[in-house]
Design a protein around this ligand. Structure first.
Ligand code: CA
Length: 222
């Protein structure tokens, strides 16, 4: 998933960044409330990890402003302010979950997965689109019940398409899923991965949407 981290603590931010990349997520890291809010409003984010104690615009203000515009994105508040009052204020302001510092990175991963699943309306871990079944936790893919071996990049790309199955996904969103915000230079690598996915799955399963991006055929059924 594409994660927006709003956190001013450099050491903690780096630890989260390293862990998220290792788990195959892409990350946009903003160190103050205002730029975090702008990034959240720009869209394309699957989950927001939000610190409350931020310079300038505070985390609670960010959360309230975010909820006024971008209602759907799940927000996990990560903060040292773990007193009951702050917790209630955070949940009242629209946080979906709350993790007190210091926390275990595995717990962060579990909470993120749970929130993401909930936001996709998926009670199970599996992502199913037509004949394709993806187990994001196990990084396993099958097509017509036959296991398919994918590279890490191919997996990220397929997952990004499957999460929006039946809908066109822009090149920009796919490049961001693959490479994070720094994307742009390697413009033809997306085509290379799409070509490879079509070869491994089926040519018909990924449609080119001219001038926009790609679409994975088949509705998301779970
Ligand atoms: Ca802080």
């Amino acid at each position: 998933m594409h994660v927006l981290l709003i956190e001013d603590d450099v050491l903690l931010g780096q630890a989260i960044e390293t862990a998220l990349r290792r788990w195959g997520h892409t990350l946009l890291w903003m160190r103050d409330g205002q730029s975090g809010l702008s990034a959240a409003h720009a869209g394309g984010v699957d989950i927001v990890l939000l610190d409350l104690g931020l310079p300038g615009v505070g985390g609670l203000q960010v959360l309230k402003a975010l909820r006024e515009k971008s209602a759907a994105v799940p927000v996990l508040v990560i903060t040292a302010r773990d007193g009951l009052t702050d917790r209630i204020a955070g949940l009242d302001a629209g946080a979906d979950d709350y993790l007190g510092k210091p926390f275990n990175l595995d717990e962060l991963a579990a909470r993120m997965r749970a929130l993401h699943r909930r936001s996709l309306g998926q009670p199970k871990n599996l992502l199913v689109a037509g004949a394709i079944t993806i187990d994001p936790a196990a990084m396993h893919v099958s097509f017509d019940d036959r296991p398919v071996e994918l590279s890490h990049r191919e997996f990220i790309l397929l997952r990004a398409l499957a999460e929006r199955a039946g809908r066109a996904v822009s090149r920009e969103a796919l490049m961001r899923a693959l490479y994070g915000v720094e994307a742009g230079a390697e413009s033809n690598t997306l085509e290379v991965h799409i070509h490879s996915l079509r070869r491994k799955l089926s040519a018909e399963v990924i449609r080119t949407v001219r001038g926009f991006g790609y679409l994975l055929v088949g509705d998301k059924t779970q």
